[in-house]
Write a protein that binds this ligand. Structure first.
Ligand code: ZN
Ligand code: MN
Length: 141
């Protein structure tokens, strides 16, 4: 038995999105993913990208990251890890520090329930932006 065509197309699109997302560590927006997937599938629409991203998030394959203002960013690393967000350039970096799994247990105790996951975000100015600022102030004096 063959799968219906619509199904094949859908999984192909989903696969392309996952591939694009797994090949970057920049935590891109849906727009950026759209531009990349289009190189492979010229007829794909932005709406399709959004729909598939939503499904991938529901499947637990992709993490959705929103930071108030600005566009939602996507992350194919679905395991618990922490991020650094630059206030200046908006870059989001993965942090290579151990996860505090004990926190889940402690908070679980506190709420007398169960913690599924936790998120931790650090905000500040990245090294590149600090270097850039130093270059600018250095050239003035
Ligand atoms: Zn920066
Ligand atoms: Mn990440």
């Amino acid at each position: 038995m063959t799968k219906p065509r619509g199904f094949v197309r859908k999984t192909k699109q989903r696969g392309a999105i996952l591939r694009v997302l797994r090949n970057t560590d920049t935590h891109p927006t849906a727009d950026w993913i759209y531009q990349e997937v289009r190189k492979e599938m010229p007829n794909v629409s932005l709406g399709t990208i959004y729909r598939n991203l939503k499904t991938l998030v529901e499947m637990g394959e992709v993490q959705e990251l929103s930071y108030g203002s600005g566009h939602t960013r996507y992350d194919a690393k679905s395991h618990t890890h922490y991020h650094f967000v630059c206030d200046e350039c908006g870059r989001i970096e993965d942090l290579d520090i151990p996860c505090m799994q004990d926190l889940n247990r402690e908070v679980g105790k506190e709420v007398q329930g169960h913690v599924r996951e936790h998120r931790l975000e650090f905000y500040g100015v990245c090294g590149e932006c600090i270097a850039e600022q130093n270059r600018k102030t250095g050239s003035v004096s």
